[in-house]
Ligand binder design. Structure first.
Ligand code: ADP
Ligand code: MG
Length: 576
């Protein structure tokens, strides 16, 4: 049975599978490889995932959720209509959609997956990702770091050349940077860094704000629907600037009406702070790996935002080298995850390949701070960029006479004081009563290949205390109960995805326009719904094609601010 490789992105998700000696991407019902990581609950209670849900962000924001990957591992609750979801449950719904698409494409059931996660993902986020898999009916034994997946796919596509390569992954919400060495059949990640609050959506916001600044609109005083609409427009313009030198952003929804030409220089000016933030993690990986920039052989740029010419130019300048011409920004990670799935399945043609990864942050325990008793100090046990899996031991002791208990606090982070780092968990260890400093406690950290930590502490009284952080939040029983609840939710039927997505898009266009254009959209929507109601497959297919063309032309109009004869009369069907 095939194992899926999944790139579960903040913005888009993709699935791949290792077949016939290569990693193969799996198309969704609409024929695309990228499925937007957006979930929306329809008025009838069924769940939409993907493009249709993405369009509903504008027309039905109160029933739709996006960018929930940013909240993985937190307690945040998303309210969609009358239902509420945790971030991992929304991710589970995306995974379920990908699983169904894969089963349909492969013609067999799929129950196991390798999922890629950002390298900087901490414990809580990694376990939440595994739980999301479980909630989607997928066993996830292996998590792979996204940059490592990208590096593996670059390695496979190029053959066994020995190289030092930098993987720069700028997605929708995050930046991941890693240095990877490739030697014969071994791909080793040697250092990772990043910024988990920097991505394409920050550019969208900066552009939307820049647009408002220059057209005299107070962005902060707009309601969230209008803000979302402007951000969406800004994203369309940003993407247009990838392929053309100039674009006019224009908005007209009855209350706000403005338009502004923009080019890449304008974009760089408005987003200068974002560019500056990109440099730090790039410099950090070179320092951590003790490699000089001149020793770099290859620059691999992945993530949707690596399409941006301004980003490519900035990084190329910073490193004094052009990005590899065959980087595949959108699909490299999924293809790599597909390769890792093949490795997991022990595919004969991948037996030789070895991937080693590193721990992205320092893990340690809190120790008493004589000088400032209220500020515990961090005592590192596993330092960042240690090769995985790894196991390290430290000896600690009591700080008071007659102390019989040590509360071991486990932290992650790079700061000398624990209060500035992230608390991962606590472990209680009993010790025999003795004068201070005389009772040793052996603490062992074991960090596995998936980036999940196990802590064991043993005192002379003998009984070892163990903490597996992975199970901190949800018991197996809870997972099973939630699994049942989620399974009871109906995903929108796969064979109706295309019409449903077109309707959602039309509703978005309706929300974004006024006057004649809006009227046109409304008429086409009514016409299309009528065609669908007749339930004649050929007629539905023809109507869908026509609707798609029409909506594309409205979209083009929205991005261009010219009122050419974009809008054909819905009456003369044959012209399409
Ligand atoms: P994630 O890994 O976060 O899911 P992706 O790697 O899919 O994200 O990247 C999504 C981001 O890439 C979005 O912010 C999107 O606007 C941006 N993006 C995608 N294609 C382009 C393009 N052609 N030009 C500029 N930005 C793009
Ligand atoms: Mg990504």
């Amino acid at each position: 049975m095939a194992i899926l490789g999944i790139d579960l992105g903040t913005t888009n998700s993709l699935a791949a599978v290792w077949r016939n000696g290569r990693s193969e991407l799996i198309p969704n019902a609409g024929g695309d490889y990228l499925t937007p990581s957006v979930v929306s609950v329809d008025e009838d209670g069924s769940v939409l995932v993907g493009q249709a849900a993405k369009d509903r962000l504008i027309s039905h924001p109160e029933r739709t959720a996006a960018r929930f990957k940013r909240y993985m591992g937190t307690q945040k609750v998303f309210q969609l209509g009358d239902r509420s979801f945790r971030p991992e449950e929304l991710s589970a719904l995306v995974l379920r959609r990908l699983k169904e698409d894969a089963e349909c494409y492969l013609g067999e059931p799929v129950t196991e997956a390798v999922i890629s996660v950002p390298a900087y993902f901490a414990e809580a986020q990694r376990s939440a990702t595994k739980r999301a898999g479980a909630l989607a009916g997928l066993t996830v034994e292996r998590l792979v770091n996204e940059p490592s997946a990208a590096a593996v796919s670059a390695h496979i596509s190029e053959g066994d050349e020995d190289k030092v390569c930098l993987v720069f992954d700028l997605g929708g919400g995050t930046l991941d940077v890693s240095l990877v060495e490739r030697f014969e059949n071994v791909v080793s990640v040697t250092a990772v860094s990043g910024d988990n609050r920097l991505g394409g959506s920050d550019f969208d916001r900066a552009i939307a704000r820049g647009f408002c600044e220059e057209t005299g609109i107070d962005f902060d005083r707009l309601d969230s629907r209008r803000q979302e609409m402007l951000i969406r427009q800004a994203e369309t313009c940003k993407m247009a600037l990838t392929v053309q030198p100039m674009v006019v952003m224009s908005v007209d929804d009855g209350t706000i009406r403005a338009s502004l030409p923009m080019n890449n220089e304008w974009l760089i000016r408005k987003c200068s702070r974002l560019f500056q933030r990109m440099a730090a993690p790039v410099q950090k990986v070179f320092r951590d790996a003790s490699i000089r920039v001149e020793e770099l052989d290859e620059l691999v740029m992945v993530g949707g935002s690596s399409h941006m010419p301004s980003v490519r130019q900035y990084i190329a300048q910073l490193l004094g080298r052009e990005p590899a011409s065959d980087s595949r920004p959108d699909t490299a990670i999924a293809l790599g995850a597909g390769i890792c799935a093949g490795m997991k399945a022990r595919a004969a043609d991948l037996r030789e390949l070895v991937l080693t990864d590193v721990c992205p942050f320092t893990l340690g325990v809190a120790t008493y701070n004589e000088a400032e008793p209220r500020r515990d100090r961090m005592s590192p046990l596993i330092e960042r960029n240690s090769v995985l899996p790894t196991s390290k031991e430290g000896i600690y002791s009591t700080v008071r006479d007659g102390q019989t208990r040590i509360d071991l606090k486990i932290y992650q982070g790079e700061n000398p004081y624990c209060e500035d780092n992230t608390l991962l968990g606590e472990l209680e260890v009993t010790v025999p009563s003795a004068p201070r400093g005389q009772e040793p406690v052996r603490v062992r950290f074991t960090y596995d290949i998936n980036g999940l930590l196990e802590v064991e502490a043993v005192s002379r009284s003998g009984k070892p205390a163990r903490l597996v952080l992975q199970n901190k939040e949800m018991t197996q029983r809870e997972v099973e109960r939630r699994l049942q609840e989620l399974s009871a939710l109906k995903l929108h039927p796969r064979d109706q995805e295309v019409p449903r997505a077109l309707i959602a898009k039309a509703e978005r266009m309706y929300a974004m326009t006024v006057g004649d254009v809006r009227e046109q959209v409304d008429r086409m929507l009514a016409w299309y719904q009528h065609e669908l109601s007749l339930q004649e497959p050929i007629r539905v297919a023809k109507a869908s094609r026509r609707m798609e063309k029409f909506l594309d032309s409205v979209e083009a109009y929205l991005g261009q601010d010219t009122l050419d004869d974009f809008f054909p009369d819905p009456g003369d069907q044959e012209d399409f």
